[in-house]
Structures are given as structure tokens and as C-alpha cells.
Write a protein that binds this ligand. Sequence first.
Ligand code: ARG
Length: 467
Amino acid sequence: MADDTTDTKSSNQMWGGRFASGPDAIMEEINASIGFDKKLFAQDIRGSIAHATMLAHQGIISTDDKDKIVHGLNTILSEIESGNFEFSRQLEDIHMNVEARLATLIGPAAGRLHTARSRNDQVALDFRLWVKEELQKTEQMLTGLIAAFLDRAEEHAESVMPGFTHLQTAQPVTFGHHCMAYVEMFGRDRSRVRHAIEHLDESPIGAAALAGTGYPIDRHMTAKALGFREPTRNSIDTVSDRDFAIEFLSIAAIAGMHLSRLAEEIVIWSTPQFGFVRLSDAFSTGSSIMPQKKNPDAAELVRAKTGRINGSLVALLTIMKGLPLAYSKDMQEDKEQVFDAAESLELAIAAMTGMVRDMTVNTARMKAAAGSGYSTATDLADWLVREAGLPFRDAHHVTGRAVALAESKGCDLAELPLSDLQAIHAAITDKVYDVLTVEASVASRKSFGGTAPSEVRRQIAFWRARN
Ligand code: ARG
């Protein structure tokens, strides 16, 4: 039998010069990243075209070689895009898969592409370009979600619903106001996205392995060609840094947390017990055994995706926390976390935008719920302060007695006869009934940022101008 331990395995054609034999099968399996980093093909090819163009401009390679390289890279791009490219695990990653194919296509000139660069700055470049594009996509998707909420808020600027604390009825609010709370959250997420784009807008290419290079390269030229503001300033940091990926994951985790709270509210609101909203058929599912059911699966899955995104953030923070400068192979594990989180975040934003746009709001149920649970008790206390001159603490106590009385009679505050109220405090007049309705309660809360319809409309106008 042939001995296949060494001689039938060939050493790596990219870095195998000093190797007598190729890797063990397990080595190849643990080392290869092509299974996931092939996602970076377009960024890799763009980066290589910019690098080769700069090398020729600086006289480091000939124009003729550069032309061959650029032409070959464009051919590879269309091969991959049309599904006619064979990725090889032996070639480890996207960088070496592309370069090996280039050698087949154009011959020895391909070997000049890797002058004055390393896979360390190459992967930093490709991944940054990818994350930058993903952030730009996220920014647009958040804008769409905000727009959906603005439309619902406008439609429901006057619709009254119970406001909750501890998920107990607290004070009446408007549904428009509640929608605008989410606009604020997703607006902050979007501004975090914009800041992150600013942070990562520096080009890594030219940092080479870690120390820079002796070739007379022009990093400002490649930075400009690739749409970066400027080149990074420190080559060691450049190949070590994955902050940009961690920042993406942090933003995704925070936005995911907001999306998950919204998902939780939709799950609660769509129960028959609450009945505040009805999900459209397009965004709910049925049960295979209980014909009456309409389940908020999309909302539940958004809630669950948030767990995955959090996991990715913790994974990458943990991968990076012990690494000495500069590059270590551990860093190859950055991509799957980011790809997975990006996919989850995109799906979650898209699903939520659809649900918010499509759901039917049951204003009658909301209003009925808003009036129960003594939600205007604070309005009674405020009336006693304003009209009868009581200190707020005393007014709170008097109101508490009125609530206890209404509770014992099984009625709402507004249903207590004036004689009952006067027995609790003599200064109460029939004018008090004006503030005990939920509409009067919300209309009175005109403080900046408050729930009064006039204030909600002001908030909507502010965001419309910004969106
Ligand atoms: N596939 C590698 C990664 O994702 C590319 C960089 C490899 N660099 C190296 N020195 N082995 O990180």
C-alpha cells in the first residue's frame, strides 16, 4: 500500500516554500475560513484592484502587469457572481482562492499583486469594507422602521391607551406617544450607526503584516480609491484592531434589545386578554391543532434573535480580550459572529417594520383599558393641589382614599358621586369630573415631551424633518 503520510500531500502553493509536506486533514479543517469568508469576495477584489492600481502608479509594478491583474480580477468577480467559481478549502481563505485563480488566468503577473501587502492588512480591509456597507444598510433600514412608526403615531396622536409602569396601569397616554418612544430609541440606534461609520472610515491597506513596508506605496491613494476618509495611522493597531466589528455588534445588540422590547409588547398586546392590536395574516401564523389561534411568531423570533446577537457580541469580545498585538489567527473567528448578527438584525428590523405597518390597532379596547385601573388618580391629586391648594403629599393621601372607596364600590373614580368625594375632602367640587376622563388627562400633559396630542404632534414634526 502506498504510504500517503507525506508525499501525496502537497504543501501550500501560497506559503509552502519552507514546508516539505501539506497539512493534516484536521489542520486544514480548523485553519480554513473559505466556508464563510467567501462572503468577502467583492470587497477582496475591490481592495486588490485599488492596491494594484496604486502599485503601478508608484512604479512598483508595471502598467502592463497591473492591466493584466485588474482584468483577471474582474473576470474572477463575474465568475463568482455567476456561480462559476470553485472555492477550494486547501487554499484556506478568500484571499488565496482569488489569488490562485488569478495565477491560473494571467500567469506570473499574478504573483506581483501581493507586493507590499499581507493577508493581515488585506483581511482588515475586506472586513472593514463589509462592515461599513452593512452599517449603511442598517442605517437605511432603521430609517424605514422610524418612518413606519411616524405614520402610526400620526394616525394615533389622539388615541388613548393605558400607560404602564411595572406592567400595571399607571396613567393614560396616547398610542401616538408610545410609538414616538420607539422612534427615539431607533433614532439613537441610527445615530450610533452613523458614529460607527465615522470611526471605521480609515483604510487599513498598506499596513502590511504589521510594520508597514519599504516599498514607496501611497496609502492615501488607496484610501481615497476605496472610499475611506484617510488611511489608518498605526500599522500595528491596524492589523490588530477589530473594534469596528465589536462596535457593529454592540450597536446590533442595543438595537436588538429595543426590537425585542417592541416584540414583547406586540406579543402582549395581541393576546385576546389585551386585544390592543391584531397582527396581519402576513405577519402571524396559525396553530396546527387549535384552529382559533393566531400566533405572533415573527415577534417571538425577533425576541429570540436578540439572544443570538448578544451571544455574538460576547463571543467576539472574548476572542479578542487576551490577544497580544498584533495579528493572531484567533481573529479569523470574528467574521461568522458578525455575519450571523448582521443577518439576524436585518431580519428583525424588516419583520418589525412590516408588523408595525400592518397591525390593526383596536382603539376602543385601548381606551376602555386606559380608563380602568384608576388611571386618572394622579389627575385627581393634581386637581386637589391646583384647585384646593393642598400639598401634593396630602392630595396623594386623599386620592388614595377615593380610590379605595371606588374599589370597594366596584366603580371608576369618575363614577363616584360628588357627595362621596366631598365626604373625603370638603374642597372637592363638581369641576373635578373634568379631569377624571382619560381624554382630559392626556390633553393636560402638555409638558415638553409629554403625552398630550399637541405635544405628540410636535415630536412627530421634529422627527419628520430629521428622517
Ligand atoms: N483568513 C485569515 C483571517 O481571516 C486571513 C489572515 C491570515 N493571516 C495570517 N497571518 N495567517 O484572519
